[in-house]
Design a binder for this molecule. Structure first.
Ligand code: SF4
Length: 366
């Protein structure tokens, strides 16, 4: 039975305006065509999220720190709405300014999630399409840590940087960060149509991720490898967070309420109903209860839309807890790399996560 609590963290997207031009951006087109939301709309969004019982707010975009009202919004979320934790997701281009970092800290930010995609300026700046971006990100990490704010990093793994997995970890570790995410390139939204070839095979990436994990798993407090098949990282399954694990990973977003916020309650409830009818086993619903079943049903519907599995997956012990691989990846590379792991079928979506989060909820996850 799934024993980890459901995550109570959610993202508030304030719009797509950004001063970077990342090769793998999900929102390339939307950046050009959509305005960011106003201060009042942002405050209404935060209030709505709070009313849903969410405790941790992740403010994201686009690049939210280029907004003139960002400090006001952080203060509103912390002081007026009393969110327990506030994260800002950023490329570091304002946190590299010590004064800005001090203002954000005074306003109530608890945690800053900074993108770092290369261990050199040449590589990082190329991937994010802006000269000076690497220096900004490194300086931002220094400032955030000096200010006593929790600092985490996101690294998107592509054909350009997968061989750098350990070098990036070495850099991040040397800067004092202890919580890192490696996110396998996801061909979603506008990233599905990027001109540059960012794809790399899971099987080519796996040896580099393994090497990084074996060197750094005991050094970092938290490492998350996102959207990667369990069968290709044998021995390191506890570090993987896939679609199905998102809802039990305290660093991930509440996809159940996220659908309600981004679409509406009716669409969420229809998705839940479809998931319960099509994918959920009645015995599991009775075991884990209705609330967790609703969450699991939502992620099963989402994975049904985006992911695909091979016939061999039916023999794999991770079959019930693995969403498979991106459909577009399978179209491009096929599914021959997948290699079922034999054994008793695991049914609890949080099974592998339990080891990683054995101290949860004691550890105050920022
Ligand atoms: S279910 Fe399929 S993709 Fe998932 S770990 Fe098993 S073989 Fe790999």
């Amino acid at each position: 039975m799934s024993i980890l609590p459901l995550t109570t963290r959610i993202d508030a997207n304030l719009g797509y305006a950004c001063n970077n031009d990342c090769l793998f951006c999900y929102f390339k087109e939307r950046k050009r065509t959509r305005n960011s939301i106003s201060t009042q709309q942002a405050k209404r969004l935060f209030s709505r999220i709070k009313r849903l019982g969410i405790e941790t707010l992740e403010i994201t975009g686009g690049e939210v720190t280029i907004r003139d009202d960002i400090i006001e919004l952080i203060a509103f979320a912390k002081r007026d709405l009393r969110f327990k934790k506030i994260t800002v997701i950023t490329n570091g281009s304002r946190f590299c300014d010590e004064e800005f970092t001090a203002s954000a800290s005074a306003a109530g930010v608890d945690d800053v999630l900074i993108s770092l995609h290369g261990s050199s300026a040449r590589l990082h700046d190329k991937l994010v399409g802006r000269g000076g971006a690497y220096d900004n990100a490194v300086e931002a990490i220094n400032n955030v840590i000096r200010a006593g704010i929790s600092c985490r990093t996101n690294t998107v793994v592509t054909a350009y940087n997968y061989r750098e997995a350990s070098n990036i970890a070495a850099l991040i570790y040397s800067l004092g960060v202890r919580k890192v995410n490696y996110i396998y390139f996801s061909p979603l939204d506008d990233a599905a149509n990027v001109e540059t070839d960012l794809w790399v095979r899971y099987s080519d990436t796996a040896s580099h991720i393994r090497a990084m994990l074996s060197l750094y798993k005991d050094k970092f407090k938290a490492i998350s490898i996102k959207v990667f098949p369990f069968c290709l990282l044998g021995g390191y399954e506890e570090y993987i967070t896939n679609f199905f694990q998102n809802i039990y990973d305290p660093y991930e977003w509440d996809f159940y309420n996220r659908v309600r916020i981004r679409r509406n309650m009716l669409q969420r409830d229809l998705a839940v109903a479809a998931g319960l009818l099509l994918f959920m086993d009645i015995r599991r619903i009775l075991q884990i209860g209705f609330r967790k079943s609703c969450y699991e049903s939502i992620v099963r519907v989402q994975s049904f839309r985006e992911c695909v599995k091979a016939h061999v997956c039916r023999r794999c012990k991770y079959d019930y807890i693995c969403p498979g691989i991106w459909k577009s990846y399978a179209q491009r590379f096929g599914m021959n790399e997948l290699n079922p792991v034999l054994g008793k079928k695991i049914k609890d979506l949080d099974f592998c996560l339990r080891k990683r989060f054995s101290d949860y909820p004691i550890e105050p996850y920022a």
